[in-house]
Design a binder for this molecule. Structure first.
Ligand code: GDP
Length: 445
């Protein structure tokens, strides 16, 4: 593919500082893929540093969907792509993804850190066994094995990328690990498993052979790029409230998703990295847990249908609700956003009234006794969070289709008011307003 052929009509001049980290400000699925793809044009390096293939993105170009679950979203711009140690890799998935892009003539200039941990078949088997054991209380996990892979990483019993590409070491490790995991699955969970050390070795040694050429010290490469003032873009996976510690525990992932995680996950000393928070114009959540602004009525269904809010793999409907400024203030405090991008504003077109949650009150046993002290952020106690009730400000909606609008002044007045209110309340400048899934459906500020 000739440089520029895929994005020649992507014209923009966005004044934004690098190095830059991009973080989802809500519960994920904010449309990070599209924004990273947009900003990658200005970057020299795009670094993925956390999560696994449970954090899929979709980039749409010329109506063709490009699914990405491990490769950084900068792939379409053929930038230097880096997978830092905080990522866990399912090698079969990564190889498939690389081949998908290569077939379309995209040059995949990739480096994978030797410290990256590998998702193994026994991680997936453990995932499935845990779900089966939980029965009705199962969380609906997709059995991708990501959580178990991080568990092994933290227990120091992981298979690292450096092991995958060294058949001797891989064989030795598997000789101990596979029987151990089998015992766990059969003994603890009482599940049958077909895991075979030989088969796993055969498949994974083959994956290692295919991926070996990508081995490199990502920590050192990124440090060098930063010292040369190259434009490094860090792509955060998941969303702020899926952070394993500061998110809405226990309905979270196993990793840090807040901006500070980038330092250990890449291997960098603390320094100024600008951050951009991606905010969907409303809120969605997958799975269980408190969701103060959730909509249970027709409006929720309208948003879900217009926004295509269904799980990428599971197809399960996502829970939908109004925009929540308490979440966003908390996200800003945790990740120090310098800029905001508002996505999917077009999805709200056609609604007569819109609401934004400006603060919460905590409900006590009887509503009459509600504690009226306004809470401006998500409380640190999850027990309190489950009792938070939203207080809304109402806005007039707009009926026009805004997906072809490219200038702020051309947006309906009501949409301008909605955006200005968000910016004023959060005190962070909005730099991008996404008004459609297509690559250039943006209002840039
Ligand atoms: P991510 O995980 O945060 O990257 O989010 P996903 O890529 O999984 O989900 C976002 C979905 O919304 C994708 O299908 C995008 O193509 C789509 N999308 C992104 N921005 C917009 C937008 O502004 N409007 C509409 N209608 N769709 C969008």
């Amino acid at each position: 593919m000739q440089d520029g052929s895929l994005f020649k009509n992507l014209k923009f001049k966005l004044k934004i500082n690098f190095p830059l980290i991009i973080i989802g400000a809500q519960w994920g699925d904010e449309g990070k893929g599209k924004v990273v793809d947009l900003l990658a044009k200005q970057a020299t390096h795009v670094v993925r540093y956390n999560g696994g293939n449970n954090a899929g993105h979709t980039v749409v170009f010329n109506s063709e969907k490009f699914p990405l679950s491990l490769l950084p979203s900068g792939v379409l711009h053929q930038k230097k792509l880096l997978l830092a140690q905080g990522v866990v890799i399912d090698p079969a998935v990564l190889i498939k993804e690389i081949e998908f892009f290569k077939k379309r003539g995209v040059v995949v200039d990739l480096v994978i850190d030797p410290r990256v941990n590998i998702v193994m078949p026994y991680h997936k088997a453990l995932d499935a066994a845990t779900e089966a054991w939980k029965g009705k209380k199962a969380t609906g996990s997709l059995h991708l094995g990501i959580g178990y892979c991080y568990e092994d990483k933290n227990n120091r019993s992981g298979v690292r990328f450096e092991d995958l590409v060294d058949p001797k070491v891989l064989k030795e490790k598997l000789k101990t690990l596979v029987p151990l995991k089998k015992r766990q699955i059969e003994g603890v969970f009482g599940q049958k498993t077909e895991l075979s050390t030989e088969e796993i070795y055969r498949d994974y040694a083959e994956y290692g052979k295919k991926l070996k050429k990508y081995l490199g010290d990502v920590s050192a490469i990124v440090q060098k790029a930063l010292s040369c003032h190259d434009k490094v873009l860090f792509e955060g996976a998941h969303g702020t409230f899926l952070d394993g510690i500061f998110g809405t525990y226990p309905y979270t992932t196993a990793v840090y998703t807040i901006a500070g995680g980038v330092f250990p996950y890449v291997g960098l000393p603390p320094q100024k990295i600008y951050s951009l928070g991606i905010v969907k114009a409303y809120t969605t959540r997958v799975g269980n847990g408190p969701f103060p602004t959730e909509l249970f009525d027709d409006i929720g269904w309208r948003i879900r249908a217009a926004g295509g809010e269904f799980g990428t793999v599971s197809k399960r409907p996502r829970r939908c609700g109004w925009l929540d400024l308490c979440m966003l203030r908390t996200a800003i405090r945790l990740s120090g956003f310098d800029y905001l991008a508002i996505t999917k504003l077009d999805v709200l077109s056609g609604l007569q009234k819109l609401k934004i949650c400006t603060h919460y009150v905590i409900a006590t046993a009887s509503d009459a006794e509600s504690n009226k002290t306004p809470l401006k952020e998500i409380p640190s106690l999850m027990n309190d969070f489950s009792r938070c009730r939203p207080v809304y400000k109402e806005f007039k909606g707009w009926s026009a289709d805004i997906s072809r609008v490219r200038r702020f002044a051309d947006l309906p007045k009501e949409a301008q008011i909605y955006l200005k209110f968000i910016e004023k309340e959060l005190k962070v400048p909005i730099k991008i307003v996404s008004v459609g899934a297509e690559r250039n459906a943006n209002v840039l500020l």
